[in-house]
Design a protein around this ligand. Structure first.
Ligand code: ADP
Ligand code: MG
Length: 272
């Protein structure tokens, strides 16, 4: 079991694409930062969507996660500040797409990210979030091995149990073969649309299977979530105060804090 004394490092994982991983990574980070927490977001997605939303517009910085993993550089070289006070970003980098191939022949290939991580001044952060790629390759395995918890977004658009079994089997292998037990912080329902029967079906099945591992509140379907990334904004910038998207993320932040046992910080300067 990962040390409880360490800052939480949460991998946001589900090998299914389009389930809301990046949306949760970016807005959970933004919500936590608004609560006065210092957050590091590490982008491990080949598409680099979180980096595109949060990165500065001057283009790619010199350092990025792909470069660190490919060249054996310390991850600290990839960390840049964002426009949000308290939120740092390690952007993915264009070469992320070839990292998996590279890792296949690396020594201790499941631990490359964890090793690169040692250079990060982890005590500077209250929380580290890893946004992961939509497949269960070596990169995602590295994310799991480097994490203390897993947060699993589950979209209400389809019946997702098969994919979740694969993810749990992978966690089981990590535990058995590598000896690292990464607990599931929780399953978060996303794309919740109460007008659709599939929403209730997916929710019922998840709650029956995973009980209180399923977060009480999820993220409702919301056009603001669809549109905000193209404006390179978090939901807190894009949606007016009082909006549903912001309210959902405030509740998610609350529940993550409780589940992690984080003590309450000062309320946000400008609550949703
Ligand atoms: N709750 C939501 N309501 C509406 N659209 C959403 C919601 N969450 C995510 N989206 C949109 O769905 C797409 C996939 O979401 P994303 O977070 O990128 O998923 P993933 O990272 O798992 O591939 C994106 O266009 C995103 O803007
Ligand atoms: Mg993504």
């Amino acid at each position: 079991m990962s040390s409880r004394l360490q800052q939480p490092i949460i991998a946001i994982a589900n090998q299914k694409g389009g389930v809301g991983k990046t949306t949760i990574a970016v807005n959970l980070a933004a919500g936590m930062v608004r609560r006065g927490r210092r957050v590091l977001l590490i982008d491990l997605d080949i598409q680099g969507s979180a980096s595109a939303i949060l990165g500065r517009s001057e283009g790619e910085p010199d350092g990025n996660v792909a470069k660190c993993l490919l060249e054996g550089r310390p991850l600290s070289e990839a960390i840049i500040p964002t426009a949000y006070d308290g939120l740092d970003l390690a952007p993915a980098g264009e070469r992320m797409a070839i990292v998996d191939l590279h890792l296949a022949s690396a020594l201790g290939r499941e631990h490359v990210l964890a090793r690169a991580f040692r250079s990060v001044a982890i005590a500077d952060y209250d929380l580290v979030l890893l946004d992961t790629a939509p497949y269960l390759g070596l990169l995602t395995l590295n994310a799991i091995v480097a994490s203390t918890h897993l947060l699993v977004p589950v979209s209400c658009e389809y019946l997702p149990m098969l994919g979740l079994k694969l993810l749990r089997d992978t966690l089981g292998s990590v535990q058995q073969q590598i000896g690292i037990d990464v607990p599931i912080l929780g399953y978060v329902l996303t794309m919740i649309d109460r007008r659709e029967r599939i929403t209730d079906e997916v929710e019922a099945m998840l709650r029956k299977t995973f009980g209180n591992q399923v977060f009480e509140h999820g993220i409702r379907i919301n056009t603001h979530h669809k549109a905000s990334p193209s404006h390179r904004q978090t939901i807190y910038d894009y949606e007016p105060a009082g909006g549903r998207g912001r309210a959902d993320f405030e509740r998610l932040c609350d529940e993550v804090e409780v589940r992690l046992g984080l003590s309450r910080k000062a309320p946000a300067a400008n609550p949703a």
